[in-house]
Design a protein around this ligand. Structure first.
Ligand SMILES: Cc1ncc(COP(=O)(O)O)c(C=O)c1O
Length: 339
C-alpha cells in the first residue's frame, strides 16, 4: 500500500533526479578533502547563506552539537528557548559532548526577544557560569517563523554582550520562503547556522553547518573527533546539491498545501485550529470532542493508509514533496467519515 505519510517532512524520499545524481557522483576521500562533489556542495551551501565556509554533516543534530562544541568551553552556559530542539530532542548532548549548561527562555510562541537575552545573560560575578552562546531556532518546530527584525535585534543584543549566536535552521529555507526573504538574510543574524538537506528538501541524509572559516576549520576537527569524518560522501552530497538548487524553490507549494489542509480541516467543524499559525508546512489542531477516541482514530487512519503523529492533546500534520492535494482531500474525507 502507498501510504499518505503526514508524520513529518523527514519521511520524504529522494527524487528520481537525486538518485541519478547519486549514482553518477564523482567521489573521493572527503577526510583528505578529495571529494569534488562534497566540495561543490559545501561551496554552494556557504554561498547560499553568505558565510565564508560550510561543512557537510550527517544530521541536523550533529550540526547543532558541533556548533555548540566549537563555540563553547566546558561549564559555559547557553541561552536558548525552552522547547528548542537542542534542549528537548538532542538527548542531552550539549551536556554530554560539550559539558555545557543551558538557561532556557520561555514564551508562549517560543520566540526569543532582546530583553530575554539581556535579562538572562550571567553577570561577571565570580559565582556564576559564563554565558557564551545564544542559540535560536527558525523555523520553530511549533510551525511558527520568527520575523527577521526580531532575529536581527537578538543578534545585535547578543553581540553587544559578547555572545556567539547559533541558529538551528533545520527548516531555514521554509522560514525564508515564509518570510519572503533569502536564507542569507536569516543567516546574517548569526555566527553559525545549521540547515537540513533532508526533511522538506528531500535529500536522503545530511545537513550543513556554516560559519566563518576559522569556525568551520575547528568544527571540522570536532566532526572527526565524533567519528563524523566521511569518506566517499559525494554520493550523498550529490543529492544535497539538488536539494539546495531545486528543492528550496518548491517549498511554497508545501506551505500552500498546509494552508489548504488547515482550511478544509477547519470546515469539517470537528477541530480547533488557528489558520494564522500555519506559516510553514505544519498544521497543528485539536479535536473539539472531549472524549474523542484518539487511539481508535489513529488506528483507523493507519488501516486506511494514512500515517500520522501527534498526541491526544494536539495533532501535527506535515505536508511535503510526497503529499499532493488529492492526498489532503482523501485524508480529510477519512476524518469526516470516522465514527
Ligand atoms: C528544529 C530541528 N532542529 C534539528 C533537528 C535535527 O535534525 P536530525 O533529525 O537530522 O538530527 C530537527 C529534526 O527534526 C528539527 O526539527
Amino acid at each position: 500500500m502507498k501510504y499518505i505519510d503526514l508524520r513529518s517532512d523527514t519521511v520524504t524520499l529522494p527524487t528520481k533526479k537525486m538518485r541519478e545524481a547519486m549514482a553518477n557522483a564523482e567521489v573521493g576521500d572527503d577526510v583528505y578533502g578529495d571529494d569534488p562533489t562534497v566540495n561543490k556542495l559545501e561551496a554552494l551551501a556557504a554561498k547560499m547563506v553568505n558565510k565564508e565556509a560550510a561543512m557537510f554533516v550527517a544530521s541536523g543534530t550533529m550540526g547543532n552539537q558541533l556548533a555548540i562544541m566549537t563555540h563553547t568551553r566546558r561549564g559555559d552556559e547557553i541561552l536558548t528557548g525552552e522547547h528548542n530542539h537542542i534542549v528537548v530532542h538532542e538527548v542531552g548532548a550539549l551536556a554530554v559532548l560539550s559539558q555545557t549548561m543551558v538557561r532556557t527562555i520561555s514564551h508562549e510562541n517560543d520566540f526569543i526577544y532582546p530583553e530575554d537575552i539581556r535579562k538572562n545573560v550571567r553577570s561577571n560575578d565570580i559565582h556564576e557560569p559564563k554565558t557564551t552562546l545564544l542559540s535560536m531556532e527558525n523555523a520553530l518546530s511549533n510551525g511558527l517563523v520568527i520575523p527577521l527584525d526580531i532575529l536581527r535585534a537578538n543578534y545585535l543584543t547578543a553581540k553587544k554582550l559578547n555572545l556567539n549566536v547559533h541558529l538551528d535552521g533545520a527548516r531555514l529555507f521554509n522560514a525564508a520562503t515564509s518570510l519572503g526573504c533569502l536564507a542569507s538574510d536569516l543567516a546574517s543574524c548569526t555566527d553559525s547556522v545549521m540547515f537540513c538537506l533532508s526533511k522538506g528538501l528531500c535529500a536522503p541524509i545530511g545537513s550543513i553547518l556554516a560559519g566563518d572559516k576559522a569556525f568551520i576549520d575547528k568544527a571540522r576537527k570536532n566532526r572527526k573527533l565524533l567519528g563524523g569524518g566521511m569518506r566517499q560522501a559525494g554520493i550523498l552530497a550529490a543529492a544535497g546539491i539538488i536539494a539546495l538548487q531545486e528543492m528550496t524553490l518548491r517549498l511554497k507549494e508545501d506551505h500552500d498545501n498546509a494552508k489548504y489542509l488547515g482550511k478544509i480541516l477547519l470546515e469539517t467543524g470537528l477541530v480547533e485550529l488557528d489558520l494564522s499559525r500555519i506559516q510553514i508546512n505544519m498544521v497543528f489542531f485539536r479535536f473539539k470532542q472531549s472524549d474523542f477516541p484518539h487511539e481508535r482514530f489513529r488506528a483507523y487512519l493507519l488501516q486506511n493508509g494514512v500515517k500520522i503523529n501527534g498526541s491526544d492533546d494536539e495533532y501535527r500534520f506535515v505536508t511535503h514533496n510526497d503529499i499532493d492535494r488529492d492526498d489532503i482531500v482523501k485524508t480529510v474525507k477519512l476524518i469526516q467519515k470516522f465514527q
